[in-house]
Design a protein around this ligand. Sequence first.
Ligand code: HEC
Ligand code: HEC
Ligand code: HEC
Ligand code: HEC
Length: 473
Amino acid sequence: MGISKAKSLISDIAHYRPIMKRGMPTLAAVASQNFRRAACLSVCFALAGNAASQTASIGKYNGPGGCASSSCHGSIQPKQITRVSQNEYSIWAGQDKHARAYQVLSNDVSLRIGRILNLKSPPEQNEKCLACHALAVPAEQRAQTFELNDGVSCESCHGPAAGWLGPHTVKDWENQSPEQKAKLGMIDLRDVAIRSHTCLHCHVGTAEKFVDHQMIAAGHPDLTFELNLFSAVMPRHWKEPRETPWFGAKEWAVGQGMQLRDSLQRLARRARSSTWPEYAELDCIACHHSLTAPKDSWRQEAGYAGRTPGVPAWNAARFVVFRYAAAATDAATASKLDSEVATLTGLMGQLSGDREQIAASAERAAGLAHSLTSELNDRPYDQAFTIQVMRRITADSSLSLLGQRAAEQAAMSLDSLYNVCRQNGAPDSDLQNAIAGLFAQVQNPSAYNAPAFVAQLQKVGAALGRGAGQAGK
Ligand code: HEC
Ligand code: HEC
Ligand code: HEC
Ligand code: HEC
């Protein structure tokens, strides 16, 4: 249900990158927060109740200033007056990198990207960059209060506010259905499928905005994502639903499925485009690792199952762990997805695989990922599901051979699922340390070593075996 809504709502469709880790949110300068606050108008109550002008402005973007007053969402401390804490603006302005996404476009890395790509205007004025680094909407959709330099702000995720800014401050708002709210322009982010699709607009890309290997080679970080982990890092400015303690497992599972679907659609688009082959769809480290003497090469030792030796493989990172969430939910469809992905992998593993066949297979796989994600969005979550998926990931030594990015997804996923267990029970320091060891294995992508990763994965499995039952009790 949620996914078809997501589809119709939003028109469809290191060195170079530090590994994402859960931890303390970075506390960005409070100064910038004060600066923003000074520039803000507290328009929210002024706008309330003017129904006629509301209708006319549905679909228009106001910018975050209207949310910043301390009586709206700009409180420094969480408040207890309404259902929400009212400090959302302060968290965004002070701790969330999205608030700085526009400023990033004038740093040295961005300027160099602009030079290398021969952009006609500087990144901070260029559509190619603004599309993801700011609330880049057409001029006719901008209200007067709108400022590009607010970066990725409230309405980038919550939808254009002009139509609901007034109505959403009255008591009755909470009784409105998501459909009623959507009519006024508000995106139903409480639906996890819609939520992840919203993030993936920028964290995987769409037909209109994208990060490709040209941009990556020029210095842009590669795009990887994991909804549960990235939400924690953001950090969350919302409360997780208290009535569903295993909600984090849902966030992980639905987020995985959605990113698989969206990235397969991206692959299909690219296979049919004029810029194929697109290296960013392949296993990065297949090309970017350092070489050793033949006797020391784990790649040669493993062989190149299912592909021509020496051809970089399809980047399977968005599939390798999702398959276990899928199998634990709908075994029949999951096994269809497995075999479609095998077909796709085979096509991608030839030096010049047939583009139309690649696109068609990616589309079939995207369809299967879509229906599995829909099921995952509707099913209940509990300890049994969470532990089962963790066990199956740790028992899968073959995922290590699919490359560093796949291994990274396994590490991020085990970390997310462990954190869900910990929220529901006692911490397990053995398990936590073993998972930290997985991150160490993927920290330096060019030096990634599959057998070493497997050895660490087995340690996680062993800790899970000892602690299962404990974790989540
Ligand atoms: C498809 C969306 C998208 C487009 C288009 C895009 N970016 Fe990004 N950019 C991102 C995301 C998402 C990140 C964060 C990646 C991460 O850490 O996972 C990012 C990160 C960056 C960073 C690193 C920021 C930091 O804090 O270190 C720079 C620099 C950057 N982008 C510059 C650019 C420039 C310059 C352009 C235009 C040529 C551009 N971006 C276009 C999505 C995009
Ligand atoms: C990068 C995406 C993103 C941005 C930017 C963003 N939000 Fe959110 N916001 C979310 C998500 C996801 C949720 C969780 C879904 C929900 O509870 O509705 C959420 C929830 C909320 C909630 C509900 C809190 C609760 O406890 O239920 C409020 C209020 C809110 N956001 C306000 C804001 C304001 C104000 C801004 C700008 C200053 C903002 N958001 C910017 C994604 C975003
Ligand atoms: C409109 C585009 C857009 C949307 C929608 C979006 N992001 Fe981002 N996100 C970015 C850009 C651009 C950056 C890089 C900002 C920077 O580094 O300063 C980023 C950075 C991040 C980072 C920091 C990454 C790092 O390397 O530290 C996290 C975490 C993140 N996003 C999570 C989310 C989540 C969760 C959602 C959905 C609820 C979301 N984003 C939605 C564009 C977006
Ligand atoms: C088919 C092989 C191939 C694949 C797959 C590939 N690249 Fe590249 N990449 C190259 C080549 C060739 C260059 C140019 C190197 C040069 O000129 O020295 C390059 C350049 C780069 C550079 C700049 C090099 C430098 O020294 O700073 C980065 C960063 C990069 N790629 C990252 C990635 C990432 C991330 C991925 C996966 C999303 C990826 N590449 C996938 C072949 C590949």
